[in-house]
Design a binder for this molecule. Structure first.
Ligand code: SAH
Length: 224
C-alpha cells in the first residue's frame, strides 16, 4: 500500500513536470508496479526518479526517461511494437499495458539471456495478465527482429552510435522509431518518422544517457 502511494505521488510529479501528458501513459504508470522490476534489495528506491542497477552492468531507466520515451513513441493500443533492450522488462510492461487496450502486441529483444529470463519472471510476478501481449526474444536486436516485422513502433532503450538501417526497414509507413543516438557518454533521443511515402523525418527530443547498444549495428564490444 505504501509503495502504491509512492507510485501515485511519482506519477503526480511527472504530470506536473509535463513529462506524463496522456491519460493512457498515466494509467500505465499507475498500473505497473516498478518495485517488481528492480532487485529485491533496492525495492525501497523503486519510486525514486533515478535509474537503478539490474545486474550484468545494465540499468532500469529512470521513470521520467521511460515516460518521455513512451510519450514520444505515441503508441496506439492496436500497434505492433518492437522494443530493443528488454533489461528488467519495465518499459515492455508499460507498452504491454497500452496494447492490452486494443489488441496490439509487444516484441522485446534482449541480448543477455539471463536478463531476458528474469524479465519474464518479473512480468509473471507483477503483471501476469500482460504476458499474453508480450513476446520475449533473446538475441541481437541491433538488427531488429525480421520475423515479426513490420512494426508500427520501434523503441530502442540502449545508446546506438547511429540509426541501425534494419530498424528503418522494419518500420511500417506512418511508423515511428525512438532511439538514443550519440557516443558512450551522452546521446540525444531521436524521434524518427517514416512518412506515408517511405521518406524519413528526424526530430531531436531530449539529451539522455543510456548503456550502449552492442551488436552488429551497435557498438563493437572492443570499442567500449
Ligand atoms: N528497457 C529496459 C532498460 C534497458 S537497459 C528496462 O525497462 O529495464 C539496456 C538493455 O539493452 C540492457 O539490458 C542490455 O543488455 C540490452 N542490449 C544492449 N545491446 C543489445 C542488443 N544489441 N540487442 C538487445 N538488447 C541489447
Amino acid at each position: 500500500m505504501q509503495l502504491y502511494e509512492e507510485r501515485r505521488r511519482l506519477v503526480e510529479v511527472l504530470k506536473s513536470e509535463g513529462v506524463i501528458r496522456s491519460s493512457l501513459v498515466e494509467e500505465a504508470f499507475l498500473h505497473i508496479p516498478r518495485e517488481h522490476f528492480v532487485p529485491e534489495h533496492l525495492k525501497q528506491y523503486a519510486y525514486v526518479d533515478s535509474p537503478l542497477p539490474i545486474g550484468f552492468g545494465q540499468t532500469i531507466s529512470a521513470p521520467h526517461m521511460v515516460a518521455i520515451m513512451t510519450e514520444e513513441l505515441a503508441a496506439q493500443p492496436s500497434d505492433t511494437i518492437l522494443e530493443i533492450g528488454t533489461g528488467s522488462g519495465y518499459q515492455a510492461a508499460i507498452l504491454a499495458y497500452i496494447v492490452s487496450k486494443g489488441g496490439g502486441h509487444v516484441y522485446t529483444v534482449e541480448i543477455v539471456p539471463e536478463l531476458s529470463k528474469r524479465a519474464v519472471e518479473n512480468f509473471a510476478k507483477a503483471v501476469p495478465e500482460l504476458l499474453d501481449y508480450t513476446t520475449f526474444v533473446t538475441g541481437d536486436g541491433s538488427k531488429g527482429l525480421e520475423i515479426f516485422a513490420p512494426y508500427n513502433r520501434i523503441i530502442v532503450t540502449a545508446a546506438a552510435p547511429s540509426i541501425p538501417e534494419p530498424l528503418i526497414k522494419q518500420l511500417k509507413p506512418c511508423g515511428r522509431l525512438v532511439i538514443p543516438v550519440g557516443n558512450r557518454w551522452g546521446q540525444v533521443l531521436l524521434v524518427v518518422d517514416k512518412l506515408r511515402d517511405g521518406s524519413i523525418k528526424i526530430r531531436e527530443s531530449v539529451p539522455c544517457i543510456f548503456v550502449p547498444l552492442v551488436g552488429e549495428f551497435g557498438w563493437n564490444r572492443y570499442e567500449l
